[in-house]
Design a protein around this ligand. Structure first.
Ligand SMILES: Cc1cc2nc3c(=O)[nH]c(=O)nc-3n(C[C@H](O)[C@H](O)[C@H](O)COP(=O)(O)O)c2cc1C
Length: 458
């Protein structure tokens, strides 16, 4: 075949190729459901068990997932300890960058997105850790940029209280630009390592940041070479006004949690418009809602598993879930079988408060119904069904532009991830909307994202 005919055929094939779903596996210790640890298919000591994480990385890679995602906060979750002793996910788990280094060693393709705080880590340390993970994994590291809303974290870092929401976000903008500047400390070709000339590195290709800003003062350069991806992937979670502006300017991916397709579509459109307003292309930022999933061979079986988990929620835990989603206001006096009191509905702009208002507007119900609804993965959309039903919903959200992909949040781990990979992945592949092989080598290549140029590039 002549080259131009072959090229035309290839171009036609590419044009016809369906838009592909991106998938992340959000690994939350024993699982995302509050009672996950009571399920027989969860790993009961997951929070200290490296083997559990390494095996899940291999499972997710078998399912051709783009990445694994780990949430984090530099503090335990305080609150009603009588309730929290039954809800362990937040109070014992491994530090994300450390465990990802072990996971990188037993996988080849899957990416690793670790959460780290712009409020409680020095940017030099953070830039160095993520650059190192990107080298260790040969281009598979990503940073979920969070500003940390957990008030207990402040006391672990010599602070009496958290900065305000607005100030945390203002600092986050400065922080991310410092980290990117540090990642660019060395040009890609700054290390000739030439035994003939005896020159290992070229000082003319080294850049000192010398940053002095409102919040940070960092000289640089970094003592790690430019990461294989240029910049590790940047993910942002938090969809308040400030959060969306941060995502639209600095992020490659947004982790959102929306309970309905309508609100996901609204936010998807809003964020893509902001991206363009900030001078980027819409496809430069992927939007990936969290999806809490229980999938079994039959819908009846999936419902039985869900009912089992719901039946195990102690009412004290239920009220504690509501407290954490509502600015930590004490809810322990509420009667689970009465409607939620209107005067306690939060009015502020934070993501959690907005979603709580939407949840109550959709389904006022009792306090118990409310915490059951939030028990799967906080306020992510919940999918309980057989593989066809789950694939239908994912396809619908994707095709209707509520999502470019999904952060899959299995109810119990590792069982729920095994089920997703064995049951839903083949169905998505059969529909031609999900890869059968990894396309690239780095996480950015697999996600179809550009390798960023150095801030010093001419
Ligand atoms: C989906 C989602 C995931 C988040 N994950 C984390 C996390 O792992 N660690 C953390 O400290 N904060 C996390 N946050 C909190 C955000 O970084 C932010 O501090 C908080 O949501 C308040 O900002 P917002 O009002 O813009 O949402 C998350 C927020 C959302 C919405």
């Amino acid at each position: 075949m002549a080259w131009d005919v072959a090229r035309d055929a290839e171009e036609k094939q590419l044009a016809e190729k369906k838009r592909q779903i991106k998938l992340a596996a959000h690994i939350h210790v024993t699982g995302h459901h509050v009672t996950a640890w009571l399920h027989p298919r969860s790993q009961i000591d997951a929070g200290r068990n490296a083997k559990h994480y390494m095996e899940m990385a291999q499972t997710a890679e078998r399912g051709k997932f783009d990445l694994m995602f780990l949430a984090d906060a530099p503090a335990i979750r305080e609150g009603n300890m009588k309730a929290l002793r039954r809800w362990p996910q937040y109070n014992t788990h491994l530090e994300p960058l450390t465990i990802f280094s072990a996971m990188a060693a037993v996988t080849e393709h899957i990416g690793f997105v670790a959460t780290a705080s712009t409020t409680f880590m020095e940017p030099y340390n953070l830039a160095r850790f993520f650059a190192s993970l990107d080298h260790i994994s040969e281009g598979r590291a990503g940073w979920n940029v969070v500003t940390t809303a957990n008030p207990n974290a402040a006391a672990n870092f010599g602070k009496d209280e958290l900065m305000s929401h607005a100030e945390r976000y203002e600092k986050a903008h400065e922080y991310v630009s410092v980290v990117k500047g540090l990642w660019d400390s060395w040009d890609d070709d700054a290390f000739p390592r030439d035994r003939e000339t005896g020159i290992y590195f070229d000082p003319d290709k080294m850049h000192r940041l010398n940053h002095k800003g409102k919040f940070l003062s960092v000289a640089g350069p970094l003592n790690v070479e430019r990461p294989p991806q240029g910049h590790p992937l940047i993910v942002q979670a938090g969809t308040s006004e400030d959060g969306r502006n941060l995502a639209s300017t600095i992020a490659d991916m947004v982790f959102m949690q929306e309970m309905s397709l309508d609100s996901a579509k609204r936010i998807y459109k809003d964020i893509k418009e902001r991206v363009v307003k900030f001078g980027r292309q819409p496809e430069d930022l992927l939007i990936t809602p969290g999806m809490a999933v229980i999938v079994c061979k039959t819908a009846d079986e999936a419902k039985r598993q869900h009912d089992f988990l719901l039946s195990k929620i102690h009412p004290e835990v239920g009220l504690e879930i509501i407290r954490t989603q509502m600015n930590n206001v004490d809810m322990s006096m509420l009667d689970p079988d009465k409607p939620f009191p209107k005067e306690l509905i939060p009015t502020d702009d934070s993501t959690h408060s907005r979603r709580t208002r939407e949840l109550l507007a959709q389904n006022p119900g009792t306090v118990r119904e409310m915490y059951e609804r939030m028990s799967g993965a906080r306020t992510s959309h919940m999918l309980v069904g057989d593989p066809i039903q789950v694939a239908d919903r994912l396809q619908e959200w994707h095709e209707e532009r509520g999502a470019d992909g999904f952060i899959i949040q299995p109810a119990y781990l590792p069982g729920g991830l095994d089920d997703f990979v064995d049951l839903v992945v083949p169905e998505l592949q059969r529909r031609g909307i999900y890869r059968t092989e990894y396309e690239g080598k780095t996480m950015r290549e697999n996600l179809g994202l550009k390798r960023p140029k150095s801030v010093y590039a001419k």
